[in-house]
Design a protein around this ligand. Sequence first.
Ligand code: AMP
Length: 113
Amino acid sequence: MSKTIFQKIADQEISAHLVYEDDQVVAFRDLHPQAPVHVLIVPRRPIPRLAEAAAGDQAVLGHLLLKAAEVARKLGLGNGYRLVINNGPDGGETVPHLHCHLLGGRPMTWPPG
Ligand code: AMP
């Protein structure tokens, strides 16, 4: 299977503005930010999407959420932020490598578009 663009970023084959990385996840600035702060948190292991995550992915998914909160704190989002995981065509997923959007730096509206 060919690598997704996020796999290439995690493997340092494509450059990105990294804000955090460890052995399980990488976090980097979205190329087309939808808010003053827009970061993607991505597991190094290429799970295509949440719907295809398995019981064995539980630890990395929990880790990913905890790191999202840590990155939010580090980037000064003390007043709040939004986490988004787009799943499948109707969810607006465009990159088939599970990722969590961290959006902040402005008030978010509801419902989302
Ligand atoms: P989604 O629509 O949920 O699959 O989100 C994919 C996100 O990846 C979009 O917000 C894109 O702007 C972002 N994106 C695509 N390519 C890159 C890249 N090379 N570096 C950073 N963000 C990217």
